[in-house]
Design a protein around this ligand. Sequence first.
Ligand SMILES: *[C@@H]1O[C@H](CO)[C@@H](O)[C@H](O)[C@H]1NC(C)=O
Ligand SMILES: *[C@@H]1O[C@H](CO)[C@@H](O)[C@H](O)[C@H]1NC(C)=O
Ligand SMILES: *[C@@H]1O[C@H](CO)[C@@H](O)[C@H](O)[C@H]1NC(C)=O
Ligand SMILES: *[C@@H]1O[C@H](CO)[C@@H](O)[C@H](O)[C@H]1NC(C)=O
Ligand SMILES: *[C@@H]1O[C@H](CO)[C@@H](O)[C@H](O)[C@H]1NC(C)=O
Ligand SMILES: *[C@@H]1O[C@H](CO)[C@@H](O)[C@H](O)[C@H]1NC(C)=O
Ligand SMILES: *[C@@H]1O[C@H](CO)[C@@H](O)[C@H](O)[C@H]1NC(C)=O
Ligand SMILES: *[C@@H]1O[C@H](CO)[C@@H](O)[C@H](O)[C@H]1NC(C)=O
Ligand SMILES: *[C@@H]1O[C@H](CO)[C@@H](O)[C@H](O)[C@H]1NC(C)=O
Length: 411
Amino acid sequence: MARRRKIKSINYSRPMLLFILCSLQIYIIIVLYLIFSHSIPLTTIFSDIQSDVNIKQMKTILLWVNNRFFPLDLFSGGTDMFKASNCSYQNCYVVKNATEFPEMSHEEYDAIIFNGCPRQNLSSDATATPLIRRPSQRYIFFQLEPPTKVPVCDILYENFFNWTVTYRFDSTIFWPFFLVKDVNNRTIGPGLNMNWINPEEMLSIDEDLAAKLRKKKKIAAWLVSNCWNFENDRVEYVHYLQQALKRYNEVVDIIGFCGNYKCPMTHMKQCEEILENDYAFYLAFENSFAQNYVTEKVLRGLQHYMIPIVYGGVNYSRFLPPGSYIDALQLGPEKLAALMHKVGHDENEYFRYFKWRNHYSFVDNVNKSTAACELCSKLNEDTETSVYTEFRKWWNHPSMNCSEINGSNDY
Ligand SMILES: *[C@@H]1O[C@H](CO)[C@@H](O)[C@H](O)[C@H]1NC(C)=O
Ligand SMILES: *[C@@H]1O[C@H](CO)[C@@H](O)[C@H](O)[C@H]1NC(C)=O
Ligand SMILES: *[C@@H]1O[C@H](CO)[C@@H](O)[C@H](O)[C@H]1NC(C)=O
Ligand SMILES: *[C@@H]1O[C@H](CO)[C@@H](O)[C@H](O)[C@H]1NC(C)=O
Ligand SMILES: *[C@@H]1O[C@H](CO)[C@@H](O)[C@H](O)[C@H]1NC(C)=O
Ligand SMILES: *[C@@H]1O[C@H](CO)[C@@H](O)[C@H](O)[C@H]1NC(C)=O
Ligand SMILES: *[C@@H]1O[C@H](CO)[C@@H](O)[C@H](O)[C@H]1NC(C)=O
Ligand SMILES: *[C@@H]1O[C@H](CO)[C@@H](O)[C@H](O)[C@H]1NC(C)=O
Ligand SMILES: *[C@@H]1O[C@H](CO)[C@@H](O)[C@H](O)[C@H]1NC(C)=O
């Protein structure tokens, strides 16, 4: 209606109007063809996007297989995720499957992301890597699983990756599972050198929080889905902890497939409410020991008012403020049981573990793609050449023996 009135008001002649309508129709058909045809050159679409966001050049990023698996499943195609995250550069375009743009050859992409998930390890068979490589391209190792789960053993990957995106501090782009914020909401960690406030100088908790914490009636919970993973002996550890706790008449409630309690994923909110109201401690046990590998598990404790008991192959002072957690590996099951019993029944001692709340907060970063923004910025700004010459040594766990896992499906 509005369009017609507009055309009328400009007072076009009748043949002119027909001409315009016809052209419009043809234009629409062409656009529809472009949208639904899969074999259009990428550049055609890009020119649209370019005019859209007024950016001269698109940086193209290809996901090399495994796009359905975490963390590559977090990528949405095109420029979406850069726009959604309000990145400073939004001129990056993600192609999730090269078959979407058959006219674009692999070596034309600015970056190719490899992840090598357990289901399809990085191997040297013909389909595993692109055939032709342009020197200015960036090959990126992108992985949020630890090397114990996703080892990279093939010699092909020496001198192969230009950049890495992982949870490790020394990655080209650091993607931690959670962020630590200060009172001003500034991201301050995790990191190699943390300047935590001394627990003695932290403010005491307020009366509302004290009242909430006083209501707890159970000692500890462990929410665990995988109880067959003996990679870092966490199941054994909990077994010994239960033995040690018997002396104090305490028990860790195990929630999940292998425990006495169940919590269907669909009811996670309700379960977390119960955890928050009833339990004093929460076991945040990682399933692998790996450098800098601390997952968002620990947040369930921190954010739901339980003291996290942590177990992992890292120095936790780089992740959590002092006095906010208990390190199970440092203590061993006997001492841990004694400490849990003591702190769990001494109000003043217990409250002290929550003082950090006056100074810090934590946010889940698993699905957040500030790393995607960094990636796009780097593709725009970084002109340096770089390569991981001894990638396998950098990535794989020192105790790992590649010659044993080579060709094995059992990660
Ligand atoms: C890419 O798309 C092709 C054709 O639709 C499909 O056969 C292939 O499995 C896809 N690859 C991935 C990694 O999804
Ligand atoms: C996006 O970032 C710009 C500056 O970088 C800021 O001015 C703007 O408010 C942000 N928009 C949103 C929706 O966060
Ligand atoms: C911190 O930032 C988050 C989102 O960026 C916001 O939801 C929250 O209200 C902020 N908190 C404070 C204390 O400013
Ligand atoms: C952990 O890191 C802190 C600070 O970075 C350091 O003071 C401490 O000695 C480290 N602990 C171990 C066991 O390496
Ligand atoms: C992250 O995304 C996955 C799906 O990709 C979803 O299952 C999960 O709940 C999300 N986590 C958070 C903290 O939003
Ligand atoms: C990426 O790594 C390859 C292989 O070592 C190298 O030839 C190339 O120059 C590197 N490119 C950049 C842009 O760093
Ligand atoms: C790795 O495993 C192979 C085969 O089992 C063995 O011959 C080799 O000595 C092992 N190397 C190390 C460093 O453990
Ligand atoms: C490891 O894999 C490579 C090919 O990827 C193969 O040539 C080599 O023989 C394998 N080594 C062992 C010990 O299986
Ligand atoms: C991993 O790679 C090896 C050869 O490098 C191959 O034999 C094996 O089947 C691969 N495993 C999976 C799960 O694809």
